[in-house]
Design a protein around this ligand. Sequence first.
Ligand code: FA5
Length: 348
Amino acid sequence: MLENLKSKINQIENSFNLIVNDIDSKEMINKVKVQFLGKKGEIAELYKILKDLPLEEKKIAGQLIQSLERNIEEKIEDIEQQLDKKEFEKILQNEWIDVTLPSEFFKTRPLFSGHLSPISSFIHKIQDIFLSLGFTIADGPQLENEYYNFTALNIPENHPARDLQDTFWMTNGLLLRTHTSPIEVRMMQKLSAPLKLIAPGRVFRNEATDASHENTFYQIEGLMIDKDISVSNLTYFTKIMLSQLFETDVKVRLRPGYFPFVEPGFELDFECLICHGKGCPVCKNVGWVELVGCGLSHPEVLKEGGIDPEKWSAFAFGLGLNRLVMMKYAIDDIRWFESGDLRFFYQF
Ligand code: FA5
């Protein structure tokens, strides 16, 4: 009986080897699978014979059948993978697209030529203003660590001020920066005093959105470290910037504001240019839009940046760029910026 079974195993192996190299399609694979591995296939038949063998022979025969079954399965799997690869290569050859071609959208608008987004062009304008005033342009990572985003800015772990700026945390402990202020300490450590810089960039907040709040927006940080810096230096530079940007007299007001990294701290608001102070969804019906957080740098922050607060003083501000652009172009909802809707950008 055992010899009989062995010769059957050989026969099956030979007939599989004869056809295996000719398999060139999924259909053929399926056929071969049914023929050899199916419920009523050749291997299943062998197992049926196995049942009637005496125990000793059963062991030997069982191992032989299993090894044949494994061989067939492995070979079929190999061929399946090769076929998949071939199919994918075929798709790649036939269905590739040239992502650099102009889209259908632009074909219907032949006069459209690309241009900067209003955010970028405002960044350039503000950079030009501050470069002419002797400031440096700085940059920092959007994916920040806790130290620069909070701790170095006098917001220790568990301090309630961390709740004011909730953010998105990565599994590795890094976070999407909530403001451009981390660049301040990075630059203090790198460049030391005296220092005059602005740092534009994208920031993120985990908060509900509305007409004036986004989870992704832009800020411009300003920092000036020198001898005897006071609030008048701060108001002078912010006023120069606003009057040059708007080329008109913009009404601003300064009110006390709390930021752990400045002392004293202020919020600079300006009169809503969409409703001219009457009240609308953008200014939440108060007639003023909160634009800049600012103040005189806290001694602890200067120390963290390696700067002696006995010798040097500084002002810092963080300006909400989207809101500034909204005022300039009377944009009634901040969510347009991240909407990806080209009809919006097409207007500038
Ligand atoms: C800050 O981010 C501080 N880092 C600013 C600062 C810098 C203070 C240096 C002192 C010294 P605040 O969270 O207020 O502060 O944000 C600053 C500005 O960003 C706001 O005045 C506002 O114009 C804008 N802003 C804040 N949150 C949002 C939001 N969710 N959507 C759009 N703009 C926002």
